[in-house]
Design a binder for this molecule. Structure first.
Ligand SMILES: [Zn+2]
Ligand SMILES: [Zn+2]
Length: 138
């Protein structure tokens, strides 16, 4: 994603905490999950503050916001252009390290008159945990 403009924003203590927690996980947490993590260090922080800061951080390109299939917004501290895979059973989101040799944006530019900014590639499937659960039930 090279859309990130990296607008300079003030790194407040709250913002830094949120960023640190987000960087420490690979789970693509939703705002509420991050709130639970940050609250351990900052008991007075509110969910609204976490939300607001996540929006600011993603607007300025420091983190990435993932909108997968109309579910709750998830966040990712890894802003490199990588694909995501979502579990249709539990909704967890994983990183997908696949290299697809197609310039999707360039292909779109040729097909329409829009100024194409970005695209989203999303896979879905059944995660290993859910696959195991299914095996146990059977
Ligand atoms: Zn799952
Ligand atoms: Zn990711």
């Amino acid at each position: 994603m090279n859309l990130a403009t990296n607008t300079k924003i003030r790194m407040t203590r709250q913002r830094q905490q949120i960023l640190d927690h987000l960087s420490s996980v690979k789970t693509h947490p939703i705002a509420d999950e991050l709130y639970q993590m940050v609250r351990q260090q900052m008991p007075r922080i509110s969910l609204g503050t976490v939300y607001r800061n996540l929006e600011i951080l993603s607007d300025s390109g420091i983190i990435q916001k993932i909108d997968v299939g109309g579910t709750q917004k998830r966040f990712d501290a890894d802003i490199s252009n990588h694909a995501h895979i979502r579990c249709v059973k539990c909704g967890c989101v994983g990183d997908l390290d696949v290299h697809i040799d197609v310039d999707f944006e360039d292909a779109a530019r040729k097909a329409c008159d829009f100024e194409v900014l970005r695209h989203r590639l999303e896979y879905s499937g059944i995660c290993p945990d859910c696959k195991d659960k299914k095996a146990v039930l059977m």
